[in-house]
Write a protein that binds this ligand. Structure first.
Ligand code: FE2
Length: 201
């Protein structure tokens, strides 16, 4: 079964996206005996490696897939596994645009393709039912991350640079669920969580 991809007419490097899909398929095959492959260290490593390899190709995205929006960071769905195991998207962040603070309902990974991004990490306080900020660090082009589902991977991503930033994301959901079944928005301790739109990061 071929992968369902969403190239624009000027897509000029579809083979890199296909290689990424093939690498993810191989990662699932490698952990075929696992009830939850994302719990396997080998799976996480394979996803990180596949992200890094795809991010190294400057022709991964077509120009239309690098278009942002002044209203919010913008998501471009790039590919979806026909078996519903993962979906791949590019996110375009204009200067100052940030995600909400969120945990994830599924495993996910990302790589920064262009720009100067920042990631703030939070820990979950079960008794207070709030997330508390623990650290923030720059995420420059080439940075790669993988997190499992749950409150162990709470973060907020944003573009702290003065030019558009682009990141590549893989989520463990089918393509149609990417906007609804990934982010778990959380309350943040000590200050009110701003109202945010429901896009994913
Ligand atoms: Fe996230």
């Amino acid at each position: 079964m071929s992968h369902e991809t969403y190239p624009s007419p000027d897509d000029h490097s579809p083979q890199t996206l296909e290689r990424l899909c093939n690498a993810l398929d191989a990662a699932f095959a490698q952990s075929a005996d696992a009830a939850d492959p994302s719990q396997r260290a080998a799976f996480a490593l394979s996803v990180r490696t596949a992200l890094a390899e795809a991010a190294a190709d400057p022709a991964l995205l077509a120009p239309a897939q690098r278009e942002g929006s002044v209203e919010s960071y913008r998501r471009h769905l790039l590919a979806a596994d026909p078996h519903g195991r993962y979906a791949i998207a590019a996110l375009v962040w204009m200067p100052g645009q940030v995600s909400p603070v969120h945990a994830h309902r599924t495993w996910c990974g990302y790589a920064v393709l262009d720009g100067a991004m920042s990631e703030t990490v939070y820990e979950w306080n079960e008794s207070r039912q709030r997330a508390s900020e623990t650290r923030s660090h720059p995420r420059a082009s080439g940075a790669v991350s993988f997190v499992r589902a749950g409150h162990g991977g709470i973060h907020r991503l944003g573009n702290t640079g003065d030019a558009a930033a682009v990141s590549l994301h893989i989520y463990g959901v089918e393509g149609a669920q990417i906007g609804t079944h990934v982010n778990d928005l959380l309350e943040v301790a000590d200050h009110a969580q701003p109202v945010v739109e429901p896009a994913v990061a």
